[in-house]
Ligand binder design. Structure first.
Ligand SMILES: Cc1cc2nc3c(=O)[nH]c(=O)nc-3n(C[C@H](O)[C@H](O)[C@H](O)COP(=O)(O)OP(=O)(O)OC[C@H]3O[C@@H](n4cnc5c(N)ncnc54)[C@H](O)[C@@H]3O)c2cc1C
Length: 459
């Protein structure tokens, strides 16, 4: 039994079908993708070709030019790589309400079985809960987002300290490249009528045609796709890994990988990044452990929370001590209070916080260290923990390229005490850890960051 694979219904494999269908929802890549290889193996077993279906609809929450453009930019390279392997491909862009909404069901009518991505949150989680019961064929989901299959850990972890030793024990078994399965029956079928041809030059134009939020513009610095992701990884390994341990908490030093947008959209796999980082570190005598701790332990802790919490983005999922201590502070008066709109438009009294929010608005990502400060201050300046949570989730999901992700919901709850321990009691936070502007000034180059963001804002 492969712990990455789960069959979500009891429907049969269709006899006389034309292909096996892989519904590429989260692992939007042709390399290092366990789901694609599982689908290829099933197609070979059944003597059929493999067809990959990728869809994008106008109607998912927060759909905007920014998110649509990033996703669409990844399509041309995925197509090239799949076609080179003899795998069929169809992309359907549902631009507006009047466009057909049942394309998956139509295309699965000729499929022997459907393979999809296993993913614990947002739209893919909802699809995997609803579609298997409504589709006439076997529906397998395959987890290819974590280095170690998340299903191996069926207990909700208290923190990195409980997950780390478990991961260490099994990591050697899972830190292996994904084996590529050569397809035995190359795709020769026609391109279905509802296919949308996506190219590097029309990706942003296609986004502009959709009934989505056009006020959230594409990121000023991140472009989607495997080629961009792989180039970023190479640049990180060559110039930044050596200084990662020292400078990763210094935002103005730009020492982190910035890979999270591509990891979120599945344009690159965490496994591929981890293997490349480990190899580069060992060949060059560099410390790679700090980076692998974030990429594997912290990230897979987030997936553990997202998979096993009843609602991964709810304050009900906090440990009991955190809920109790925050409750005790409800009546405490807040020195500053801002509306969701003031937060969104970066209009607080704090220049550092405003710069973080401006970075989110423009780049679609805040440096990880200041992201903690950003979250903590939203708690401090909101009327209640519930209001703070709503603001954080909304801003992160709407503007962050890497939002709508287990890492987002888990780290937002970290700001409220998840996976942390009680600290000295303070107003508003109770025993939940606080972060202060004074601390940021002591530990990081706030002025250099403010100058950088001010420059960005006038470009
Ligand atoms: C309030 C808040 C919201 C966040 N929202 C998101 C989000 O929506 N999506 C997201 O991917 N991350 C989120 N993070 C976690 C973290 O800030 C980002 O993963 C990191 O900043 C991404 O930048 P990077 O790729 O340069 O990271 P690097 O330092 O280069 O790390 C490499 C990879 O490790 C993983 N990683 C790093 N830090 C963490 C962490 N603390 N927890 C889990 N995985 C981690 C990411 O996949 C990251 O790309 C959030 C953190 C906070 C405090």
């Amino acid at each position: 039994m492969d712990p990455r694979v789960t069959t979500l219904n009891d429907r049969p494999v269709r006899a006389g079908a034309k292909y096996v269908l892989y519904w590429m929802q989260m692992n939007r890549r042709a390399r290092s993708n366990h789901a694609l290889e599982h689908a290829a193996a099933q197609a070979n077993r059944l003597g059929l070709p493999l067809l990959v279906y990728e869809g994008l609809t106008y109607r998912y929450p927060y759909a905007s030019d920014r998110l649509h453009a990033f996703l669409l930019e990844g399509v041309p390279e995925t197509v090239r790589r799949l076609r080179a392997r003899g795998i069929g491909y169809v992309f359907y862009l549902r631009r507006r309400e009047s466009d057909p909404g049942d394309v998956l069901y139509r295309i699965s009518g000729d499929a022997a079985m459907v393979v999809a991505d296993d993913y614990p949150v947002f739209v893919a989680a909802r699809h995997n809960a609803n579609v298997p019961g409504r589709i006439g064929v076997r529906y397998d989901v395959v987890e290819s987002t974590c280095v170690v299959p998340a299903a191996l850990f069926d207990k909700k972890e208290y923190g990195a300290y409980t997950l780390r030793p478990k991961l260490r024990r099994v990591l050697p078994e899972w830190m292996r490249p994904v084996e590529r399965v050569p397809v035995e029956h190359p795709w020769t079928g026609p391109v279905p009528a509802f296919h949308t041809e996506v190219t590097e030059s029309n990706a942003r134009g296609l986004a502009a045609e959709c009934d989505i939020d056009h006020s959230v513009k594409p990121s000023i610095c991140f472009t989607g796709g495997a080629i961009q992701a792989e180039a970023r990884l190479r640049a990180f390994l060559e110039s930044d890994l050596k200084r990662y341990e020292r400078d990763r908490n210094e935002p103005a030093a730009h020492a982190t990988s910035n890979l999270s947008p591509w990891l979120h959209f599945g344009h690159i796999s965490a496994l591929e990044v981890a293997l490349a980082a480990r190899l580069h570190a060992s060949e060059n005598g560099l410390p790679g452990e700090g980076f692998l701790e974030e990429l594997i332990v912290r990230r897979e802790l987030a997936y553990n929370h997202a998979r096993l919490a009843a609602d991964p983005a709810s304050l009900d999922s906090l440990p009991q001590w955190a809920r109790a201590t925050l409750d005790k502070q409800r009546a405490v008066s807040r020195e500053f209070l801002y509306t969701p709109e003031e937060f969104e438009t970066a209009r607080t009294h704090d220049a550092l916080w405003n710069a973080c929010q401006t970075e989110l608005l423009l780049r679609g990502k805040i440096h990880g260290y200041y992201r903690m400060y950003w979250g903590k201050k939203i708690i401090e300046w909101s009327a209640s923990p519930e209001e703070a949570l709503e603001t954080m989730v909304r801003l992160n999901d709407r503007y962050a390229l890497d939002g709508r992700d287990p890492n987002g919901y888990t780290n937002i709850l970290w700001c409220f005490g998840l996976h942390d321990r009680p600290w000295q009691e303070r107003p508003v936070f109770g025993m939940v850890r606080t972060m202060t502007l004074g601390g940021m000034k002591r530990k990081t180059g706030v002025d250099a960051y403010l100058r950088e963001i001010a420059w960005l804002a006038v470009q």
